[in-house]
Design a protein around this ligand. Structure first.
Ligand code: ADP
Ligand code: ADP
Length: 229
């Protein structure tokens, strides 16, 4: 469960300007693939296409062997959890923000997710605890704290597929390492697509794909790519 496959995918926001020029890759169930490459290469476009935000011009995108072009967008989105670069929290309580997408989750499950994301201690020390209001009109959380809330939300949602889109790139080095530890926990044994600028932030992907100007220019293990440099 959770297999992702891109087959010769071609796409341009404007059909006259191709952004992805025929890319193919597989993320087998439970495995992780990382896409690295310079800004503008088309990395975020890959994740937007996986969510079916746009229709592709040719090729196929499959989830569990099924072409997503024929699947309801809500079902596609339900199968995927994303931790973006900058999490924007809703103007609501921390509990609401963690529970989002799984409204029926019990209080104990919310707390457990916060513990796994290593933010439960921080929340408990707030005057209103899990009922503290966050977002633009509430408590201002740091970038790392917001990422942990997003991770807790993803842990609770427990999607078969996880997309990490530059999830640590807005953080300082120390926070980045802490968040990476939490992310490793979430992605363990879950089908994961990681998007990053730099190879150095990818630690343990089963395959790394280097994307440049919408084309895959290299692929291999971490070691193979470092040796090729
Ligand atoms: P990356 O994530 O590798 O930085 P993106 O996938 O965000 O790259 O962008 C790839 C190219 O697509 C860039 O040239 C960018 O300007 C263009 N692009 C991204 N989003 C849009 C959009 N909504 N409309 C038109 N062009 C876009
Ligand atoms: P992200 O998910 O990385 O925040 P954005 O949608 O903000 O992606 O944009 C990614 C890149 O695509 C940026 O470089 C942005 O300037 C470019 N871009 C976004 N929308 C358009 C657009 N309508 N036309 C051209 N480029 C765009």
């Amino acid at each position: 469960e959770g297999a992702v496959r891109f087959e010769d995918v071609r796409f341009g926001y404007d059909p006259a300007r191709e952004i992805l020029k025929g890319i193919s890759f597989d993320v087998p169930p439970g495995k992780s693939v990382a896409i690295v490459g310079p800004s503008g290469a088309g990395k975020s476009t890959v994740s937007r296409l996986l969510f079916r935000f746009y229709d592709i011009q040719s090729g196929r995108i499959l989830i569990d062997g099924q072409d997503i072009a024929g699947v309801q967008q809500e079902s596609v989105r339900a199968a995927i959890g994303i931790v973006p670069q900058d999490t924007v929290l809703f103007n609501d309580t921390i509990t609401y923000n963690i529970r989002y997408g799984r409204i029926g989750a019990r209080e104990a499950e919310v707390r457990r997710a916060a513990e796994l994301a290593q933010i439960a201690g921080f929340i408990q020390e707030l005057p209103d605890g899990f009922d503290s209001m966050v977002g633009e009109r509430g408590l201002k959380l740091s970038g790392g704290e917001k990422q942990r809330v997003a991770i807790a939300r993803t842990i609770l949602k427990a999607p078969p597929i996880l997309v990490l889109d530059e999830a640590t790139s807005a953080l300082d080095t120390h926070t980045e390492q802490e968040i990476q530890t939490a992310l490793d926990l979430v992605s363990k044994e879950r089908t994961t697509l990681t998007i990053a600028h730099r190879l150095s932030t990818i630690i343990d992907a089963d395959e790394i794909i280097v994307l440049k100007s919408g084309e895959i220019v290299e692929r291999g293990s971490h070691r193979e790519l470092l040796e090729a440099d």
